[in-house]
Design a protein around this ligand. Structure first.
Ligand code: ATR
Length: 280
């Protein structure tokens, strides 16, 4: 992979499947322009088999990028160096090269914490938290909830129960419990880390079927318009945030890893708003 026709522009990419809906190129390219960086950012739909090698090629070519659903765990063995967040979560969403080695970080952890702090401010009753999913994004969210948010009870549900059990065994924390049936729970906060809703059609759960409705829904998914889960929350009068805020925070952190400097303030948020309007 090269830097394109002008050659000298470093290439950054988001690697995942699906990625067609991704607003990462819009917000990263806006930050590259505003910071005067000779770089461009593209979306690449890649299979699990291609992802690790492509990640390494991009990094060693002087660029870098992000990894998204469903490859965040799969790329970890391809890294030469892992930050503490990657070591703790077993998932990577940001990569680059430094000193001839490919580094990986997980900026979803701080991205989620930033959104959590603003969404539950002033501090509200957040126990229990019901986390939907047990993939790479769930790993970042659970790490943030356990180690930064100080959650006291976290209920975890996943379509594939064995995957949830593996994660539970790995994290080995008594505040974390697996539930077979999300309907039997009465969460204060629901966090969706599954990819359900990306295509705008289905919600991962029916909020009305919960034993009692939550105060807050946090959907890591985002799309052209409100996600199915946030739409239902709105109809039921439940406060909700979708994944756009977290997208910006994790992207700002990624930019800082790549260039050692934060992007110009507010640029990514404004680019996200403009790109969302364009899509809608
Ligand atoms: P990411 O790295 O973005 O978290 P991932 O590791 O592939 O992506 O995880 C995707 C999550 O969405 C998983 O929890 C997955 O559940 P499974 O472990 O059962 O695959 C969940 N998911 C994906 N499609 C789903 C669907 N149609 N219904 C319910 N959960 C789904």
């Amino acid at each position: 992979m090269t830097g394109g026709p002008r050659g000298s522009r470093a290439l950054y990419a988001i690697l995942g499947d699906p990625v067609a809906h991704s607003l990462s190129p819009a917000i990263h390219n806006a930050a590259f322009s505003a910071a005067g960086r000779r770089a461009r950012y593209v979306a690449r739909r890649v299979s699990a088999d291609e992802c690790g090698e492509l990640m390494r090629a991009l990094a060693m070519g002087g660029g870098g990028g992000n990894v998204t659903v469903p490859h965040k765990e799969r790329v970890v063995p391809f890294l030469d160096r892992r930050t503490r967040a990657v070591a703790a979560t077993g998932a990577c969403n940001t990569f680059w090269a430094q000193g001839g080695e490919v580094w990986g970080d997980n900026t979803d952890v701080e991205g989620f914490m930033g959104i959590w702090q603003s969404a539950v401010s002033p501090p509200a009753d957040t126990s229990p938290v019901l986390v939907l999913g047990a993939g790479g994004a769930a790993r970042a969210v659970l790490h943030a909830l356990l180690h930064s948010a100080g959650a006291s009870v976290i209920l975890m549900w996943n379509r594939t129960a064995s995957r949830a059990h593996r994660l539970l065994d790995e994290l080995d924390d008594e505040r974390l419990r697996h539930v077979h049936d999300w309907r039997a729970t009465a969460p204060a906060v629901v966090v969706n880390t599954t990819s359900v809703g990306i295509r705008g059609r289905h919600a991962p759960i029916d909020l009305e079927a919960l034993a009692t409705p939550p105060h807050l829904v946090m959907d890591l998914v985002y799309g052209k318009s409100a996600t199915p889960l946030c739409r239902q929350a709105g109809r039921l009068g439940i406060a909700s945030v979708d994944g756009r805020g977290m997208l910006v925070l994790q992207a700002e952190a990624s930019h800082a890893r790549w260039f050692g400097q934060a992007p110009p303030r507010g640029v990514m948020g404004r680019a996200l708003e403009a790109a969302s309007r364009g899509l809608g």
